[in-house]
Each structure stands twice: as structure tokens, then as C-alpha cells.
Design a protein around this ligand. Sequence first.
Ligand code: GLN
Length: 487
Amino acid sequence: MSELHTYTLTQLAAGLRAKKFSSVELTKHFLTRVEKFNGEINAYITITADVALKQAAAADAQLASGKGGALTGLPLAHKDIFCTDGVLTTCGSKMLSNFVAPYDATVVTRLKEAGIVMLGKTNMDEFAMGSSNETSYFGAVKNPWNLNKVPGGSSGGSAAAVAARIAPAATGTDTGGSIRQPAALTSLTGIKPTYGRVSRYGMIAFASSLDQGGVMCLSAEDAALLLQSMSGFDEKDSTCIDAPVPDYSATLNQPLKGLKIGLLKEFFEQGLSPENAKPVRDALAVYEKLGAQLIEVSLPNLPLSVPTYYVVAPAECSSNLSRFDGVRFGYRCDSPRDLMDLYKRSRGEGFGSEVKRRIMTGTYVLSAGYYDAYYLRAQKIRRLITDDFANAFKQVDVLMGPTSPTPAFDIGAKVDDPVTMYLNDIYTIGANLAGLPAMSIPCGFLDELPVGLQIIGAHFSEAKLLNVAHMYQQATEWHKRIPQRYA
Ligand code: GLN
């Protein structure tokens, strides 16, 4: 029982069903580890031990009566961007440091109904703006592979929690790479589904046309299990798509013979060092052995994705974050002189500098004089990038390349240089602009730090992505490695 944290969610589910251990025992095991290790990693903002033990006891009762489903009794951590009824929901910000959500996000509701046990809420970049988890009001998160390095962001707390095995899986959100990039930097499997596949209701909005919830876990098999319960139509989110959710676990083992893999020319040319490309190229060779065919494809407009994103995302965030005004919820400044003073000081004191930078950029690009030059132009380029992807998927089944230009970097190394920080997402942003599903899976190490392989698919091809990832994980061991300290 002392090794329960080394198991995947799928293995834990089997153990629960076979009555090798109970959900209460499993939950206690993880809570003990959280207590032991969270101090040094800072992965959790809130630990919900009482809720977890109650849910675990209820799950055990369900399992005993033979009624439990595939997820009943399994512990999980939620990114602190998902509203959780009666539980502190901060979004990594001082602005919401006192905000207790009055309802559950749909993702939380669905997992709760499936019998998931909530261990707590994980740290994140403030309002999901960042690639290193250093913009959090609650402090930086450490990478379990090397405590001097960042875990990536913005879902850095979720990534670190799973990598250190103080949660067997966690939810995340991905607006420009925030599931895939931290998954790559901590050796996890992360999937961002197609835009509209998972409800955004109750997921605090950053850039609404890009935000999408997903999962971070130890294998494609685990991802299939969780995504199954999270996905599907929700009448509370008007952008959520009303289409049936396929059985993701059923097609995991389909052979890859004849699979056409597109190699993104722009990804391998742009800012990728040969050392960092090596594990990715090795992974491609594994796919060739599995019967896949590699085809180079070019997406000519893809190099414009970072500048396009940094117009569109701030524009949307400047509108979304206008609701935090010191009146309705969250932080309010002390003894305001008048209404203007209340607005100004509450926002001035409540938001951190990266969030302010985005709000100002967004307000600027949406202003009457600059709308056509920046916002409208960015929207047009977004369409061209989307068309590039659509053309590529006429030739190939999936696209592959690196997830991140470098492995995890030192804490503090990029935090004062926003443009360098923004370039971390150079490979991930395209999928968000086009609304495509994309994954990152562990594919090796560079200087003892994990490297991720990115797989991008056509709209609603999650089942294919999971299948492609699973077959690689059947043939390799990278995803099984555990940081020594947390083994
Ligand atoms: N790092 C990107 C940003 O700072 C993406 C964040 C995200 O996906 N939430 O905006």
C-alpha cells in the first residue's frame, strides 16, 4: 500500500474495484503525501482534506453496493481556475484571494457525479497568464524534477502535483499552451481537447475564444478515462458543442500502421536547438517502427501565431476581467474616497503586473483608433492559421513536433522579460487559435529534465490523439519515470 502513489489512475481504479484498498485508504495516502511534500513544491493553494474524506467514504459505500463507475473513489486535484462550491477559488490572484465560489464549474460537477474525490485546488499563474507559474499571488511552484526550475504554466500547480505524485491526476486549462507546456516540463501526459468539447461554465474566463479545460495525468489511458466524464454538451455554455462523445478508451489500441504523421517544418526550424529536437526525433522514429509514415508539411502562417495570440488573448482578457471592480466579488481596497477611487485602487492593488500588462494591451488594441490595425488584423491572421491547419489535415492524420522550445528553465530566469516568456508558447498557441485538440506526452530527457512530444489533431479527433499517444506509451517507458525524491 505504501506505493499507491506510483500507480496510474487506471491501475488505481482496478485496485479499488478488486477491493485491494478502499477510497478512504487511497485518499489518506495522498493527503499524507500532500502534507509531507506540498510545502517544498507549493503545488496546492487549498487542500480540501475534509471534503476529500467525505467524498471517499461515499465512494466506498457506492463501490460496496456495486454501483460505482469507472472513476468512483479516485482522487484528483482541480486547477484553482475551476469554481468549486463552498471552496476558496482564487485563480492565483489577490483579486480572488477571498472568493468562495457559490457553485461548481460543470467540469467539477461532472467529475463529482462520476465519483471523483477532490484533494484540493492547485496553484497557477494569475488568471492563467504565464508560462512558468511565477505570476501567482501564492508564490512560484517548484518543478519536482529539479526544485530550482519552473514547472511551466499556467497549470504549473497541477503539473507539479501529479509529477510529485501528490495527486494521481489533475484538471488544467489551456488558452495558449497551459496544459501542454507544463505537462512537457514535468513529464506528464496532458490533453487540451477541441474548443467546445468541454464546458467552460464555471471556469474563470481569461480569453473566452481560446480557453479550454482538459487533464494532466500519467498516461493516455488515464486521460481517456477522465476526458470521457468531462466532455459533452452543456446548455450553460453557449460555445459547448452538442455532439456525442465517443468511447475514448475503446479505440486506444488501434494499430498505427499507415498513420500519416505531418512534421511541422516551421516547428523544427524555429528556435529549436538540435539537442532539444533529439528526443522528439527519436520519438518520431518509434512511430515509424509502429508503421507510421512521416511527411513534412508547412503551415506558412504559423510563425505569426505568437503575435496574433498576444493581440487576441489580451483583448478578450481586458473585457473578461472588467468584472473585477471591487464591488461585486473579490478584493476591495480599504476605505475608498469615492466610486472612482474604489475601482482604481481595488484593481490597482488586486491585480499583479502581468495581468495589468495584458489588460492595458487589450484595451489598447480594442480602442477605436487601433481596432482595425491590431485586433481586426489579428482576427484575419487567425483565420489564415486555421486554414493552414485545415489544409495540413487534408494530407495527414496528425501533426507532431516539440511542445516547448526548451526544457524547464530556472525560477526567475525569464520573469522580468515578458517577450522571452511569451516565446515559450511558440509551438502550442497555433492549436488554440484554430480550436484544435492537442496533447503533450513525455518523450525523453535533456540534462535530466523532461522533454515533451506534441501531437495535434483535426477538430474532434481526441480519440485518434489518445490512440496515437497510447501506442507510443505501450512501446516506451518515458511516461513511467518518477522524480527520485518522490518515488
Ligand atoms: N502562456 C500563455 C499566456 O501566458 C498561455 C496561458 C494559458 O494557456 N492559459 O497567455
